[in-house]
Write a protein that binds this ligand. Structure first.
Ligand SMILES: Cc1cc2nc3c(=O)[nH]c(=O)nc-3n(C[C@H](O)[C@H](O)[C@H](O)COP(=O)(O)OP(=O)(O)OC[C@H]3O[C@@H](n4cnc5c(N)ncnc54)[C@H](O)[C@@H]3O)c2cc1C
Ligand code: SF4
Length: 566
């Protein structure tokens, strides 16, 4: 805690709930605009610049870096959270499968995320007009474009200018050169007509706003001690604190938004996780950025006689229209990459090339596209690396042969991950489970989930493409082509950790939760600035668009406060 929370006599201008991409951006933009802001975060403090284990070798630990309960991606990974959090369950309805990954730390998931930073394009805001499915957003790319530019300039991103219509170019730092295996992928892609271009990731390759460029240690997931990649605490919250306008309350689990007799939000109530005590914070405006589904949960739990079905829910759509990115992976072994001459492939902690959606869905049996992420090659190996040498022909054994096989095969693996667009459907939603509460006594979410033929056919196409690419590289795939009965190995709902929706935006208050400015239709001083207001998923990772929209929402709040309309 950096200062005392507000009192009834001195409410804050704005109370923000959650400090990830949306909350960090709102805190930055609002404090820079002069607002007196309080930010409540359920997790504890964590700054990559101070707390990162970027330079610790795996062999320094007896666990060799293997995962722990609270660090599921590895002992030295930045993330504090995971698929299961002790005392904070969620439930899944019979017949559904869903996984919910949550971070509980300052900066939320932005401490670990892959930093693949893709702008939604013009078509992504108007898909219903193109193919009649889902819904259009009430705003267009042109409304968000100036904010994408601002995010690029403030946070920094590497990439290249390609002029692809629905993959808008940004203000890029130079991308790192492709690694050896990425050059092979590029050659195979070119031969098969698959567009393959430099990746777009929020890693800086030039000095920016007092931050050092990346030195290619390859450890982005551990958090960056030199602040060369984007995390909310180091890039947004630290400068917001420097304004003197931000009060930061960590270990504060928000239970609900509280409202006054006029139905307007007056603040939030929260549980102090250290003492277990319940307290309230008062503010003129409340901004929810607890992550898409957590924000829906807070609203559904904000019940009163005036709002018996939860706050901002007169449409009954809070928790509805939720989506996740579709996903499936294929890994292969490429003999041409065996027995490499030792060389450095560290790079910028993630991929240097990727494939944006390159086909026209009008010619296919599924309506929306996907992009391809590429992995493989040489890196500092972690615990359990290569996933079992016995899979390589004729790998394994003991003693010298085992060591020789490791040297021969390490770096000869290539992998492709498809990340595609799901269309919202009526059978994928969340609601409050009336029978289960978390350790704070707060009712938890229950999930319903269904993939449709649209997503399954798309994932089948991913597998066909990945297999064609591996074959074109002269390699062999480890696993057989999954069948329709196996749902083509589509990832479980939520598993790609790009969940969106639940408080979608729209012009019509009867079918949406917030308006085009992410302001609740029912409660004018309540906003949602995470992935909740997203109307569609797009074939892009969502965070760059969350950041741009959160800045746009913050500007609207500032403008309305100046006009005394809030
Ligand atoms: C492994 C992984 C890889 C990813 N890779 C990418 C990628 O490459 N590109 C991309 O675009 N996206 C990626 N993502 C997704 C990205 O991290 C999220 O889209 C982004 O962080 C969402 O921001 P947010 O502000 O909505 O939520 P979060 O970042 O999750 O932050 C929400 C915060 O709110 C807090 N909170 C929750 N409930 C409460 C409460 N009741 N009271 C107080 N605080 C609360 C949480 O503790 C958390 O700190 C990845 C995520 C993961 C986990
Ligand atoms: S690869 Fe670059 S951005 Fe990533 S942790 Fe290392 S120095 Fe930081």
């Amino acid at each position: 805690m950096s200062r005392n929370p507000g009192t009834a006599a001195a409410p804050y201008d704005v109370c923000i709930v959650g400090s990830g991409a949306g909350g960090g951006m709102a805190a930055y933009a609002l404090t820079k605009a002069g607002a007196n802001v309080i930010l409540l975060e359920a997790g504890g403090p964590w700054y990559g610049s101070k707390d990162s284990k970027m330079m610790v070798p795996n062999y320094a630990s007896p666990r060799r870096g293997a995962s722990t309960k609270t660090r599921p991606f590895g002992e030295f990974d930045a993330c504090d959270g995971g698929w299961e959090i002790e005392g904070e369950p969620y439930t899944v309805a019979d017949g559904s499968s869903f996984l919910w990954w949550r971070a509980r730390m300052l900066g939320g998931r932005t401490n670990h995320w892959g930093r693949i930073s893709l702008r939604f394009g013009p078509d992504d805001f108007k898909r219903k007009s193109i193919d009649g499915l889902g819904d259009d957003w009430p705003i267009s790319y042109d409304d968000v474009a100036p904010y994408f530019d601002r995010v690029d300039r403030l946070i920094g991103i590497y990439g290249s200018h390609e002029g692809i219509r629905n993959e808008p170019d940004g203000i890029f730092h130079p991308p790192p050169a492709p690694r050896c295996y990425e050059l092979l992928v590029k050659k195979a892609s070119d031969r098969l007509g698959v567009t393959c271009i430099p990746a777009r990731r929020s890693v800086i390759t030039r000095p920016l706003n007092g931050r050092m460029p990346c030195h290619y240690c390859g450890q982005c997931y551990r958090g960056c001690a030199t602040r060369s990649n984007f995390s909310s605490p180091d890039v947004l919250i630290a400068p917001a604190l420097e304004t003197g306008k931000l009060t930061l309350l960590t270990n504060a689990m928000v239970r609900e938004v509280i409202t006054g007799p006029d139905g307007r939000a007056t603040g939030v109530s929260y549980v102090n996780k250290k003492t277990g005590e319940e307290a309230q914070v008062r503010a003129r405006v409340v901004v929810l950025t607890a992550s898409a589904l957590e924000s829906a949960r807070i609203l559904l739990n904000s019940r009163s006689s005036r709002f018996p079905h939860g706050l901002a829910n007169s449409s009954g759509t809070v928790g509805k229209y939720i989506t996740d990115t579709t996903g499936s992976d294929v890994a292969g072994y490429i003999p041409a990459m065996e027995n490499h001459v030792p060389h450095n492939e560290d790079g910028a902690g993630g991929m240097h090339v990727y494939m944006p959606w390159w086909l026209n869905n009008k010619n296919l049996d599924f309506p929306r596209g996907y992009h391809i992420e590429v992995w493989g090659g040489w890196r500092a190996p972690g615990a359990g690396f290569m996933g079992g040498i016995e899979r390589y022909p004729p790998g394994g054994g003991y003693g010298k042969k085992l060591k020789d096989d490791y040297r021969r095969y390490y770096g000869a693996t290539i992998g492709f991950s498809g990340r595609g667009e799901m269309i919202p459907n009526d059978e994928s939603y969340c609601e409050i489970d009336k029978d289960v509460v978390d350790r704070f006594g707060i009712p938890v979410l229950r999930f319903h989930w269904k993939w449709t033929e649209h997503e399954l056919n798309q994932v089948r196409h991913m597998h066909q493409t990945f297999r064609a690419l591996v074959k074109e590289m002269g390699g062999q795939v480890f696993a057989p082509m999954p069948t329709k009965e196996q749902d083509y190995n589509i990832a479980t709902g939520g598993q790609i950790i790009h969940e969106l929706g639940g408080t979608r935006m729209g012009a019509d208050a009867k079918t949406s939760v917030v308006n085009a400015n992410c302001q609740a239709h029912d409660v004018p001083n309540l906003f949602v600035a995470d992935g909740g207001p997203f109307v569609s998923q797009a074939d892009k990772n969502p965070t760059w668009t969350i950041l741009a929209l959160a800045w746009r929402t913050s500007d609207y709040i500032t403008d309305q406060m100046k006009k005394r309309a809030l």
